[in-house]
Design a protein around this ligand. Sequence first.
Ligand code: MG
Length: 382
Amino acid sequence: MTLKNIILLGATGSIGKSTLNLIRQKREKFNLIGVSAYKNTEQLKLISDEFNVKNVCFFKNDKDIIFNNSTKVMRGHDGLLELAALNCDIVVSGISGLAGLMPAYTAINNGNNIAIANKEPLVVAGNILIECSKKNNVKILPVDSEHNSIFQCFDSNFRENISHITLTASGGPFLNRPLNNFKNITIEEALKHPKWEMGKKISIDSATLINKALEVIEAGFLFELKSNEINVVIHPESIIHGLVHYKDGSVLANLALPDMISPLSVAIGYPERYNLDLPKLNLVEVSQLNFLKPDLEKFPGLNFGWNALNGPNYVSIILNAANEIAVDLFLRKRINFTSIVEIIDKCLNDQNFNPAHDLDEILEIDKVSRIFAKKISEKFYV
Ligand code: MG
């Protein structure tokens, strides 16, 4: 049996750790040929030793870790692109934020299938990545649980039979908190997601529901859907992750316990399914599944997703940039929780660009938007 050669970008982050757990469970299936991390070289060395990885890349080596002679060491942005371009069966992209864009594009442009776990590249450059994947006959396999669910239920060979899709949202930690109490939300409260354990940025995005707005955009690009073909419902149990509604009234839904290992396994293993040692979904134990309409007064940020799909492509670039800046400021206790959405709203209303045609133009709009967002944010400092 041939092993699947994998390159894991962002190996020390939350997605990276889950991917390594999956590889540990299925060692007979995978050959990890490359890993990257930003600066946790100590961990990177442990990973490269454990999995006998031949290519590593990092940006900073604060602890002057020395890698084995047989390991090729790459550095910085160019090194990361070199790693992403190496011939392999699949690149797993778990780099958080926009930093994952160029590596993802490079992987696709070099003919590597990609399991994409970071939504930002698809949000800001979805049309370019999808076009590039078609040109290179490359598969973009979504790891984000909702899109992974849609991917499993979406019969793209008979696209004309599909009416629309529904993405579910847990509602985050503030589903039942009254709006008049939102201003006092602390970082600790916002980071405490009821169902998923995730990185800090995405946890805050889940608390504002901007994560779901970004997912609406992500779904729009991945499945080539219009804004009115994407529904969102609150589903606090997080058992159903996505549903595909067919024109004949039939609805296919994907159910799974909230754990990243399953969607990762579907994406990395595709089209193979692995027998994993995981807790099994017990419907009697779950007993009830609830669904609610999202409260857009409490979570106005959710609207940004549909608005972005309806507007020129720079809208999602501004949204993503302003959100990253605002979330970072919230995490550094410079602004209130409610200011995150207010800052984004202001950035969206007060900026105009020409639509971006390539990655350079996207990165330029992103750069200008970030500077703008930082300036605007000063007015919201506490
Ligand atoms: Mg998700």
